[in-house]
Design a protein around this ligand. Structure first.
Ligand code: UDP
Ligand code: MG
Length: 320
């Protein structure tokens, strides 16, 4: 019998963990040729999420938990869960049931019968989301697909059913700045996209503020594209060329008409503009350098405080 690991990152989710577990039981019994294990990752929750996980683990030996020393973010949670997973297949999903478990059957079929390496899900709409947020999200997906080679689908969720081989390639990417949506797209493999209609949270509240999402989008661009650097270089080159043309124009005008002393306003505007551009592009360079700085420190992606996953199991796959 093949094992399927379900990786669930949780941050302040005491209300939803039990609901999630109960709901999942209904669907995993339908996939009778798979055994399941749950890996709950407590991402430094400040509520009783860990207690909930431990209680479940006490009742059901297939429930594993990993508890971080602080909040490391969902990306780190996913990574820790994938590392600890020992299944032949691995599912990543949110604990708030916004990733509907009824899709598991189709996802399983896509991988085992239709020859895909991965079944991924995408929302077809953004119901229940602020319009401004949706607007920015759409712009972001357009932009990042244009300027990077990480193929990122608009509305893609981190709800995936993957083969062991695919998960091993994700784990091989040890970068500190983990933009999971980009990593999924970058490693390739054959992916089947399964659309579904947006579902509202089962309980609790979203952990993403608009500002957090905005920064996350910037992180994604910096992590998967060097286009901003190119824009800086090309703008610099263009403004150089423009200034040569302007210089020739000014010299000829001086020779023909003399040198009337005016144009203070235009000079100041141009100076401010160029100064602004320089600061902006220095800033962009700085962002890339700061990412390099963090990568070279080779800090751990997460720190475990408590877990019931045995050491030798982590990241290793037991062949049958
Ligand atoms: N999450 C996490 N660490 C964080 C933020 C979120 O592990 O720092 C988890 C959260 O518990 C949930 C999933 O990531 O299982 C998605 O979060 P949420 O539902 O708040 O995001 P949304 O669905 O609103 O995009
Ligand atoms: Mg959610």
């Amino acid at each position: 019998m093949k094992l399927c690991s379900v990786v669930v990152p949780c941050y302040n989710e005491e209300e939803t963990i039990q609901i999630f577990y109960d709901e999942m039981q209904k669907y995993i019994t339908k996939l009778s040729d798979l055994a399941f294990e749950f890996i709950f990752v407590d991402d430094g929750s400040k509520d009783h999420s860990l207690m909930e996980m431990k209680r479940l683990a006490g009742e059901d030996p297939s429930v594993k938990f990993i508890s971080f020393s602080r909040n490391f973010g969902k990306e780190a949670g996913l990574f820790a869960g994938l590392e600890a997973a020992s299944g032949d297949y691995i599912v990543t999903m949110d604990v708030d049931l916004q990733d509907p478990p009824y899709l598991l059957e189709d996802m399983y079929k896509a991988v085992t019968e239709e020859g895909y390496d991965c079944a991924a899900t995408m929302r077809t709409d953004r119901k229940g989301e602020a319009p401004i947020r949706s607007w920015f999200a759409r712009r972001f997906y357009r932009l990042i697909n244009k300027i990077s080679n990480a193929d990122i689908v608009d509305g893609a969720r981190d709800y995936r059913f993957m083969t062991r081989q695919m998960v091993d390639s994700i784990l091989a990417m040890r970068e500190y700045n983990r933009f999971t949506k980009g990593i999924f797209g970058w490693i390739g493999f054959k992916t089947k996209w399964i659309p579904f209609e947006n579902v509202e949270r089962s309980a609790g509240t979203t952990k993403w503020s608009f500002w957090k999402l905005f920064l996350y989008a910037l992180e994604g661009i910096i992590a998967f594209s060097t286009t901003p650097l190119w824009i800086a270089s090309i703008t610099g080159l263009l403004s150089c060329m423009l200034s040569v043309i302007a210089m020739i124009f000014i010299i000829i005008r001086r020779l023909l008409y003399g040198d009337p002393v005016d144009g203070w306003a235009s000079i100041i505007t141009i100076m401010l503009f160029i100064g602004g551009l320089q600061m902006l592009f220095l800033g962009i360079q700085g962002l890339y350098i700061s990412k390099m700085y963090l990568e070279t420190k080779e800090r751990p992606i997460y720190i475990t405080k408590e877990t019931n996953v045995k050491k030798q199991e982590t990241g290793k796959h037991e062949e049958e």
